[in-house]
Write a protein that binds this ligand. Structure first.
Ligand code: GRF
Length: 212
């Protein structure tokens, strides 16, 4: 059974979705860069080992990432999951976990990389928005996509309503991605593309606004 380690920085609702999903893997640890991350208590209540590596205890990104990797590697992860981990990682850290490091991002990448994705989508007037689970590469929010969920942007949507509906989808697609990766059904190939070994995975069109 594969070992997974989850990194969080705050609320941890995506981590909670993963812990609640009965995944076919061993959740070895939940680690945060913030001691007051509310998600830590949920993991502890489930008997999952937790750790804190504070970025404030380190003078630069390199030393923080080295300390973080040392703690992570104690748990021998086959998969390292960024679930609302709000630190930019150094290329060295990303290279160390190449092919086993994934992230969830609240937009349909490659659109709206970075922060404030919902506000920017609303400002642009897009009719479809969503979320993405992807492999992490040194190019921020640009790694190979594993799964995406698209939702319609509705008249009257605010940043808050949009965030809530997208978060609901995040909680559905993230466990699915981890399930595929843990079972080997989906993997990152040497050429950097995501290989889906399942036969004829279906999909449905989302048209927004809907056709009459
Ligand atoms: C999510 O919207 C995720 O897409 C983004 O950060 C947020 C984390 O939320 N990377 P939570 O801590 O999982 O509740």
């Amino acid at each position: 059974m594969k070992n997974i380690v989850i990194l969080i920085s705050g609320r941890g609702s995506n981590m909670q979705a993963l812990l609640s999903a009965n995944l076919n893997c061993n959740i070895a640890a939940v680690i945060s860069n913030k001691a007051d991350a509310t998600g830590l208590a949920f993991a502890q209540a489930r008997g999952i080992p937790t750790a804190v590596v504070s970025h404030r205890d380190h003078p630069d990104r390199e030393s923080f990432d080295a300390a973080l990797a040392a703690v992570i590697d104690n748990f021998k992860p086959d998969l390292l999951i960024l679930a609302g981990f709000m630190r930019i990682l150094t290329p060295g850290f990303v290279a160390h976990y190449q092919g086993r490091l994934i992230n969830i991002h609240p937009s349909l990448l490659p659109a709206y990389t970075g922060l404030h994705t919902h506000a920017r989508a609303l400002k642009d007037g897009v009719k479809i928005h969503g979320c993405t689970v992807h492999f992490v590469t040194p190019d921020l929010d640009h790694g190979p996509v594993i799964i995406q969920a698209a939702i319609p942007v509705l008249t009257g949507d605010t940043e808050h309503t949009l965030a809530a509906r997208i978060l609901h989808e995040e909680h559905r697609i993230f466990p699915q991605a981890v399930r595929w990766l843990c079972s080997g059904q989906v993997e990152l190939a040497e050429d950097g593309r995501v290989i889906d070994h399942r036969r004829n995975p279906p999909g449905i069109a989302l048209i927004s606004p809907a056709l009459d």
